[in-house]
Ligand binder design. Structure first.
Ligand SMILES: *[C@@H]1O[C@H](CO)[C@@H](O)[C@H](O)[C@H]1NC(C)=O
Ligand SMILES: *[C@@H]1O[C@H](CO)[C@@H](O)[C@H](O)[C@H]1NC(C)=O
Ligand SMILES: *[C@@H]1O[C@H](CO)[C@@H](O)[C@H](O)[C@H]1NC(C)=O
Ligand SMILES: *[C@@H]1O[C@H](CO)[C@@H](O)[C@H](O)[C@H]1NC(C)=O
Ligand SMILES: *[C@@H]1O[C@H](CO)[C@@H](O)[C@H](O)[C@H]1NC(C)=O
Ligand SMILES: *[C@@H]1O[C@H](CO)[C@@H](O)[C@H](O)[C@H]1NC(C)=O
Ligand SMILES: *[C@@H]1O[C@H](CO)[C@@H](O)[C@H](O)[C@H]1NC(C)=O
Ligand SMILES: *[C@@H]1O[C@H](CO)[C@@H](O)[C@H](O)[C@H]1NC(C)=O
Length: 370
């Protein structure tokens, strides 16, 4: 990837440019569609239509709802260059499949009495079902946003390693607020105004899901300060969702995910070294043994934290892996942290590890629900 001199805006343009320069689905020849295969999904009138059908609000079934009941990618039905935002929506659809699968897993694994017995409101299971149905609708919306000259990716197999209802609901809160952040970041990659508006509309729905959890599940104020977190390097968040994909389980024909990917070392923190609140020291850790950072002893590194529309840079000590959570931040919503070789991480290529997600609401998550 080429480097640019300064500013998030340039980085976003660079990213958009790189996306369009990446291997494109236009090389994939249209294929004849066997009847009953996923190719029926190419027809936008097939199946329930988002915004017209109540299916995506209240399908209610424990079975995988449409279009999650199709397991193969939809091959291009027309030849020609990809649509300007096809790659963005291919990345987003694959992120969406992981999120949809998380809720489908919840619908299949839990039931109303499990949540009630754990002390949650009697509507909790029904809300998880409704969120699952909304996420299926997002899948259909993103399929339709990908033009006929590009592949529409299908689901892989996913692993969540969550057994208890409280851990599941904590993960729901993290997933929703993280998707709010990557959706705002993806707006910086979008070319068409209509794509940008669609991304805002979807982010708003994720924010409703988040607000439901904060009110009903966690018994907290639903508000998260005057602005939610903008993180400009959305693909770095998408990359972290790959831990949910069972290796090798994606159908042949799916494009790589995400494109482009920096494959950065994953960032987490060492238990008991931090309160996770603003001003607290924190010892970071690189959680994937197969992907460890290589720090150049002659360089200085920084921990750059994003919250709301701000970012604040703190020193990062590569000998101890310690830094501090910016004391200036309001303890609301989401903090995203990365390790960078430049204060402010002004371009994507200055990020060398991360991101780490620090959720300030509910505080239960910080005190380690399990
Ligand atoms: C895409 O292809 C499908 C199936 O051939 C067709 O129904 C649909 O109208 C096409 N969409 C566009 C925008 O051409
Ligand atoms: C889904 O369940 C909700 C809550 O029980 C109910 O109000 C709604 O009518 C159901 N929808 C369908 C299509 O059965
Ligand atoms: C919900 O989706 C399932 C699985 O695709 C389907 O069998 C069922 O008929 C759908 N329910 C409604 C109310 O559309
Ligand atoms: C998927 O669900 C839709 C809507 O319920 C239905 O029309 C379609 O036949 C189903 N397809 C498969 C392969 O199950
Ligand atoms: C709910 O799930 C629990 C745990 O799997 C099970 O013991 C219980 O029978 C289920 N209840 C209903 C009403 O299905
Ligand atoms: C963190 O502290 C808790 C409570 O004091 C303790 O049970 C746990 O073992 C500690 N974890 C580590 C990794 O030291
Ligand atoms: C800091 O992280 C590096 C990379 O994972 C690791 O090798 C090193 O042991 C860590 N240092 C401390 C003091 O935890
Ligand atoms: C972080 O903030 C600084 C100062 O406002 C700005 O120059 C820099 O571009 C910001 N970084 C990103 C990634 O937006």
């Amino acid at each position: 990837m080429r480097s640019v001199s300064a500013c998030c805006f340039s980085a976003a343009l660079l990213l958009a440019e790189t996306l369009h320069a990446a291997p494109t689905p236009q090389d994939v020849a249209p294929k004849a569609s066997p009847p009953g295969s996923s190719q029926v999904l190419a027809n936008p009138d097939f199946g329930p239509i988002p915004g017209e059908s109540s299916y995506y609000s209240s399908n209610n079934s424990t079975l995988p709802p449409f279009p999650g009941n199709y397991t193969q990618p939809v091959m291009p039905t027309a030849k020609g260059p990809p649509g300007p935002d096809d790659l963005l929506f291919q990345n987003l659809l694959q992120a969406e499949w992981a999120i949809y699968a998380f809720y489908q897993y919840g619908v299949e694994t839990f039931n109303q009495s499990v949540f009630e017995d754990a002390g949650y409101p009697s509507t909790t299971y029904q809300r998880i079902v409704e969120i699952r149905d909304n996420e299926a609708g997002h899948g259909r919306i993103f399929e339709e946003a990908i033009s006929n000259t590009s592949v529409k990716p299908a689901l892989c197999k996913y692993q969540f390693g969550i057994a208890s209802p409280v851990a599941y609901l904590a993960a729901h809160t993290v997933i929703e607020i993280s998707s709010m952040a990557f959706l705002t970041g993806l707006i910086l990659q979008a070319t068409l105004d209509s794509s940008k508006a669609a991304l805002v509309a979807i982010a708003e729905v994720e924010s409703r899901h988040e607000a439901w959890g904060l009110i009903d599940v966690w018994n907290e104020s639903p508000f998260g300060g005057p602005a939610d977190t903008v993180f400009p390097y959305a693909n770095e968040i998408l990359d972290t969702t790959k831990v949910f994909i069972v290796p090798g389980s994606c159908p042949k024909g799916n494009p790589d995910y995400p494109i482009p990917s920096q494959n950065l070392p994953a960032l987490t923190y060492v238990d008991n070294t931090t309160t996770l609140l603003p001003g607290s020291p924190i010892t970071l850790a690189f959680s994937n043994p197969a992907n460890q950072p290589k720090f150049d002893a002659s360089k200085t590194y920084y921990a750059v934290f994003f919250h709301g529309l701000l970012n604040i840079t703190e020193p990062f000590d590569t000998k101890t892996n310690t830094t501090i959570i910016p004391p200036e931040f309001e303890a609301k919503g989401l903090f995203l942290g990365v390790i960078s070789d430049t204060p402010g991480a002004p371009t994507i290529d200055t990020v060398v590890a991360g991101p780490i997600f620090i959720i300030e609401q509910p505080v239960e998550i910080n005190s380690g629900v399990s």
